[in-house]
Design a protein around this ligand. Structure first.
Ligand code: FES
Length: 108
């Protein structure tokens, strides 16, 4: 038994030097939407799901990115409907959303 059943981390990194980063691709909006969906679905809290901010996770080329543990599944997303699918399928039911999985080869 773990304190949270699943944890999703969103990279919200903002670079000031002009280099690309997840914050340039609406990462904060994705994070906020995920948090509100998890709350609305009553998934939040001990024994459930925790939605966390993260800094750069070194996979910037696929940004915006998020990773779900304990499965260690990396996602890239575009809009709120992608987040809805991750919440409903993976965070709620444990089914990976294959179409949004970040390819292994994507790094910084
Ligand atoms: S800026 Fe998001 S993974 Fe690096």
């Amino acid at each position: 038994m773990t304190y949270f059943k699943r944890h999703i981390f969103f990279c919200l990194n903002q670079r000031e030097n002009g280099e690309d980063c997840c914050a340039n691709h609406n990462a904060k909006a994705g994070f906020d939407h995920c948090k509100s969906r998890v709350k609305a679905e009553k998934l939040a809290g001990p024994g459930g799901v925790r939605v966390n901010k993260a800094g750069c996770m070194d996979r910037c080329a696929g940004g915006p990115v998020a990773v779900v543990y304990p499965e260690a599944v990396w996602y890239t997303y575009v809009d709120e409907s992608d987040i809805d699918e991750i919440v409903e399928s993976h965070l709620k039911n444990g089914v990976v959303v294959d179409r949004l999985v970040l390819p292994e080869s994507v790094g910084r």
